[in-house]
Ligand binder design. Structure first.
Ligand code: AMP
Ligand code: ZN
Length: 484
């Protein structure tokens, strides 16, 4: 099987992925800050990381995947206090919610999911080490700062040039997040402040709490050692978060932190950054309320290369929410599902319930080999989808014998598991997996028809059609099927 290649932010090159120990590929993904529901932008990053993990495993390597939970930072503390909850109750609630969403999106669980609060002693030990080596210093308010001038290669990942460093390096930065213009000594330990309430821990520098950047360095070291295979996050994490992680970890250990850096470009909504005030902030629940499945969202999120920003169009020119990409994804998934069922029936595999682990044993990807090769080529998910449709055009399930159908079916299943795409299941007689809101509109239309309110009935039929469903009247009531 050919090798997996991926762009590396540090060297700015596409490089082959291979485990240091020749067996298990060990990697870390910066996880969610658990202070609210993850939005579809966060999930672009987590879904593409999941595709990466799947392709690693399907390429014949073992994977060891660590993804943390950021449960102590400026935001979790601020919002837990706003709700009058303990930090633990507050972050546990959002952690569980995150897990539910991950399940719906078919994300494989990381092998370890450490939380920052559970690793305070590890973080304190790291700061002590940095202070003793001259890379960090305590300030009068009981905080400890990292001295960026003490780390010669500071700025290497983000290519921060020396001029920017000199201009910015005069002050100190106590906020967890800041931009490139403020490259400066950053906080490792924050002395206790009134606004932190009960959220403080004892340390050699007095009561306080860790800074965000340090949390990941400590958890990486604990679970992956001084050097590991790959580190990953959204592109906004290149600076300052990952730059600071490198400075902390490498000054402590004297070793390169990670061999490969994998960053995912942001999702935009209607051409802009997602924000509640712009009314373009979508969560999985909000899309479900509008009748879209998590699989449809997953399809949209993988339909562009992770190296390019992706614009999720939610509204048309008049501002109406039309979600054209999700409707397109629905049709594409239906097409693949119909094809897959035809192959499975011909192959005598229609009742087989496959899991990722089972698919790993498939050796021959038949006509879908190019689709998998696209994934191994810098995780080119749009090319992979294109290759699936090309292969579907060349194969006529009805004309295949059982053996050939089985081979192609296995190839398709293999690639679909790589993408983590779950296909819609056809309901008996219903012509598809009908979302609740579409079913509700159809029921409303039936009632309107029975009340002879033809205008309302016509309007509802149009709305159903706009949402991608065709409604046919039958003797018993109606039938719904996805528009082809
Ligand atoms: P957070 O919960 O803010 O710590 O972010 C979790 C992950 O989502 C990080 O890897 C971020 O870089 C990533 N992320 C945040 N916003 C977006 C976006 N609009 N598109 C893609 N990834 C994002
Ligand atoms: Zn991190």
């Amino acid at each position: 099987m050919s090798a997996l290649k991926l762009f590396d932010t540090m060297s700015r090159e596409i490089r082959e992925i291979s485990p240091r120990d020749g067996k298990t590929f060990r990697f870390y993904c910066c996880g969610p800050t658990v202070y609210g529901p993850a939005h579809i932008g966060n999930f672009r990053t987590f879904v593409l990381q999941d595709v990466f993990r799947r392709v690693v495993e399907l390429s014949g390597m073992e994977a060891f995947h660590v993804r943390n939970l950021t449960d102590v930072d400026d935001k979790t503390i601020r919002d837990s206090q706003g709700e009058g909850k303990t930090l633990t109750d507050f972050t546990n609630f959002w952690r569980d919610r995150f897990h539910e969403d991950c399940g719906r999106l078919n994300l494989l669980s990381p092998h370890v999911e450490p939380s920052a609060v559970e690793h305070i002693p590890h973080q304190i030990a790291m700061i002590e080490d940095l202070v003793s080596k001259g890379n960090a210093y305590a300030s009068e308010d009981g905080s400890v700062y990292y001295k960026i001038s003490s780390f010669e290669s500071y700025g290497r990942l983000s290519r921060l040039d020396q001029r920017e460093l000199k201009e910015g390096a005069s002050g100190v930065m106590s906020d967890d997040e800041y931009d490139k213009d403020s490259a400066s000594d950053f906080v490792l330990w924050k002395g206790r402040r009134d606004e932190d309430g009960e959220n403080f821990w004892e340390s050699p520098w007095g009561q306080g709490r860790p800074g965000w950047h340090l949390e990941c360095s400590a958890m990486c070291r604990e679970y992956l050692g001084d050097t590991f295979d790959l580190h990953s996050g959204g592109v906004d994490l290149v600076f300052p978060h990952h730059e600071n992680e490198i400075a902390q970890s490498e000054a402590c250990t004297g070793h390169t932190m990670a061999d490969h850096w994998f960053h995912l470009t942001h999702l935009l909504v209607d051409g802009g950054k997602m924000s509640k005030s712009a009314n373009n902030f979508y969560t999985l629940d909000q899309l479900a309320e509008k009748g879209f499945s998590a699989a449809e969202l997953r399809y949209v999120l993988i339909s562009a290369s992770y190296r390019q920003s992706m614009n999720f169009v939610a509204r048309d020119a008049d501002g109406a929410e039309t979600f054209p990409a999700l409707l397109g994804a629905r049709q594409a998934l239906q097409k693949i599902a119909r094809f897959e069922r035809a192959l499975a029936e011909k192959a005598g595999a229609a009742d087989e319930d496959l899991e990722f682990e089972t698919v790993k044993t498939f050796e021959d990807t038949g006509a879908f080999a190019d689709a998998f090769a696209a994934l191994q080529n810098d995780l080119n998910t749009p090319d992979c989808l294109g290759q699936i449709f090309s292969a579907m055009k060349t194969i006529k399930p009805a004309e295949l014998d059982e053996g050939a159908a089985l081979r192609e079916w296995k190839g398709l299943r293999f690639v679909l598991e790589g993408l983590g795409l779950e296909l819609p299941v056809e309901e008996e007689g219903a012509g598809g997996d009908v979302p609740e809101n579409i079913r509700a509109m159809a029921e409303e239309r039936l009632a309107a028809k029975q009340a002879k309110d033809w205008a309302a009935a016509d309007r509802l039929r149009d709305e159903i059609a706009e949402a991608g469903w065709e409604l046919k009247d039958t003797k018993e009531g109606y039938d719904l099927c996805p528009k082809s």
